[in-house]
Write a protein that binds this ligand. Structure first.
Ligand code: TZP
Ligand code: MG
Length: 217
């Protein structure tokens, strides 16, 4: 896996965009320079199976046009059905080792972790990257646990976790660079782009704060 893809990792479902059309929001985010996208159709107002698949197919095509990887949250069957580039799972889901057995080998597997133990387990299970958080307080995830802060990432690195890491939770342009400075390879976020007045501008601003070798303008 090329960890550069984790630099600016946008996550969104149809219930994260307020009154706006998710396809339009994603298009703006892609134009603004996101490097990865996760389709997270979850929580209140999430679409049922067939609607989810239809939207996923459209979002995947949009990502493909920008050569941006398309990752599906939680739903392994949907990820396979959509021929996604990857799957992202949490602690409540099957272990990465089991998910890996079901998915095509080319698919990237990301795992959400909060503690050292969870990180070591995810690494042993064959995760390709870790989502660490919540970094800061967030209103986006209804059941979010207590924030781990920058120290959460520093500790994982100090404990020898070498897998690519993205921070998640409460990240915006004001704190994105701190996440990378703490040892992460990138940031993942929902509302800082999905609910921004101008999602393209928000993505562009985040990219400029994260200055990387693959920066697109
Ligand atoms: N997992 C931990 S925090 C979070 C998820 C999915 C929500 C992130 O949303 P936001 O709006 O970027 O804080
Ligand atoms: Mg999950």
């Amino acid at each position: 896996m090329d960890k550069e893809m984790l630099k600016l990792y946008f996550i969104m479902g149809s219930n994260n965009t307020g009154d706006r059309n998710p396809e339009q929001v994603l298009q703006k985010a892609l134009q603004g320079g996101i490097t990865c996208f996760q389709f997270r159709e979850k929580g209140q107002g999430a679409l049922p199976e067939e609607e989810k698949w239809k939207l996923g197919r459209k979002l995947k095509a949009q990502c493909a046009a920008f050569h941006v990887p398309f990752i599906v949250n939680d739903d392994v069957d949907m990820a396979i059905r959509l021929e996604a580039d990857g799957i992202h799972i949490g602690q409540e889901d099957d272990p990465a080792s089991k998910v890996k057995e079901r998915c095509p080998a080319r698919m990237v597997i990301g795992v959400s972790v909060r503690t050292i133990e969870e990180a070591h387990q995810a690494a042993a299970d064959g995760a390709d990257y870790l989502g660490v958080g919540p970094m800061f307080a967030t209103d986006t995830k209804e059941d979010a646990k207590a924030p781990v802060g920058l120290e959460g990432i520093r500790r994982l690195r100090a404990e020898g976790i070498t897998l690519p890491i993205v921070g998640i939770g409460g990240i915006d342009a004001s704190n994105a660079a701190d996440i990378v400075e703490a040892g992460a390879d990138g940031v993942s976020l929902i509302s800082a782009i999905s609910l921004a007045d101008a999602p393209e501008k928000a993505a562009r601003e985040l990219r400029s704060r994260l200055n990387g070798p693959t920066e697109k303008q």
